[in-house]
Ligand binder design. Structure first.
Ligand SMILES: N[C@@H](CCC(=O)N[C@@H](CS)C(=O)NCC(=O)O)C(=O)O
Length: 373
């Protein structure tokens, strides 16, 4: 990589910029769609679409728009990823037939500079120097937005949620970091993720955060928490979107969160575990009918309590967030569908844009290869 612009060929571009945020945070501005969407495109442009499959060989696609330009689509493929240090990917425009032409190659590196980050952006493969020069203003302006956003994230003590980089297919969409992401999305709070490498959950550093080595763990402003219920309650304390403001409403929301975890999940989880981990075993086959009966009974009682309301207390609260999360554990059975009110309730909860954003981000973070057999 050239060291400065004087060494540049006509087909390449180098832009360096310092961020007042650590490399791990600046890296995430490039590696997570929810963050990239906040800065991609020059001033005056909004990034209206951003999706990425962040792993070597994975694709990315984004659209930026201004009143004058209309939608401009771009995308490419990730080639090399060194977490928190370096990303190499192709970058090209999309033609009217929706094909991406990955005409240029980008390498972005992130180097610690006294707690901040030196970001080096190197793009190669421009057909002419004039075409290359046309990109300088756009990128520089986008990086100004990125820098302001990174400073905000670093200052307001952005929450960090732990999640796995890999789980088997059946568990995707079920891991309990999803509840926490959903709560943060409902509360309108940006967050970062700590994606665990294989074996990291057993390390002393992680055990200090989560004594059982499980996901999720949560850090914010010097507070470290675990247990999805406790974390969701903590987020709810400062969000009217999750907790009513009156004393009774708050207490009732907490009742439903605890009912979800204590009275429904304890029963539902037994069935989930039999089906996911023990389905071929004789003891599981013998035990399953009784467990199904218990689940059916609980769901009937829950449907009765819900009645004709949209949500358990009328308005959506963190109690619904947790109840829906628990019902999803058995979404591969027909048990929830057996209670039409609960089926509609779950669909209503899952249709919430905050849930959809959380689910997309949760799924996008499974970027590691399966463990060797
Ligand atoms: N009661 C905990 C349960 C957490 C939990 O079961 N996490 C699972 C993923 S959904 C996990 O980390 N499993 C891996 C393990 O136990 O080693 C909570 O709600 O946070």
């Amino acid at each position: 990589m050239p060291l400065d612009n004087s060494e540049l060929r006509d087909d390449e571009l180098l832009i360096t910029r310092t961020f007042e945020a650590p490399p791990a945070l600046v890296f995430r501005l490039w590696s997570q769609a929810q963050h990239m969407q906040r800065w991609l495109g020059p001033k005056g442009f909004t990034c209206t679409h951003c999706e990425m499959d962040f792993r070597p060989g994975g694709k990315w696609l984004a659209c930026i728009e201004s009143e004058q330009s209309g939608p401009l689509w771009m995308g490419g493929e990730f080639h090399e990823i060194e977490p928190d240090r370096r990303i190499a990917f192709s970058f090209g425009d999309r033609d009217p037939a929706a094909n991406i032409h990955p005409s240029t190659e980008v390498v972005v590196t992130f180097t610690d500079r006294d707690g901040g980050t030196l970001q080096t952006f190197h793009q190669t493969g421009f057909p002419t120097a004039a075409f290359r020069d046309g990109h300088i203003v756009g990128w520089t302006s986008a990086f100004e937005k990125a820098e302001a956003y990174a400073r905000d994230l670093a200052e307001v003590s952005t929450p960090v949620v732990s999640a796995f980089r890999w789980v088997p297919e059946f568990a995707r969409g079920q891991v309990r970091d999803l509840r926490v992401r959903w709560a943060l999305e409902e509360a309108g709070r940006p967050y970062l993720t700590q994606l665990l490498e294989r074996g990291e959950q057993g390390q002393p550093g992680y055990r200090a955060l989560q004594p059982f080595g499980q996901v999720p763990a949560y850090r914010e402003d010097g507070i470290a928490l675990f247990e999805s219920g406790a974390i969701v309650l903590h987020i709810g304390e400062t969000s009217a979107a999750l907790m009513p403001q009156d004393r009774e409403g708050r207490a009732r929301a907490m009742v439903w969160l605890l009912a979800a975890l204590n009275s429904v999940e304890t029963v539902v989880q037994q069935l989930g575990e039999i089906d996911a981990f023990h389905s071929g075993e004789a003891w599981a086959q013998a035990r399953r009918p009784a467990v199904v009966e218990r689940v059916r009974k609980r769901l009937g009682e829950l449907a009765q309590a819900l009645g004709d309301k949209d949500y358990l207390e009328g308005e959506f609260t963190l109690g619904d967030l947790m109840m829906a999360s628990v019902l999803r554990i058995i979404d591969d059975t027909d048990l929830v569908a057996g209670e039409p009110r609960l089926k509609a309730y779950l669909a209503r909860c899952e249709a919430r844009p905050a849930f959809q954003r959380a689910l997309a981000a949760h799924l996008a973070d499974f970027t590691a290869d399966p463990p060797p057999q």
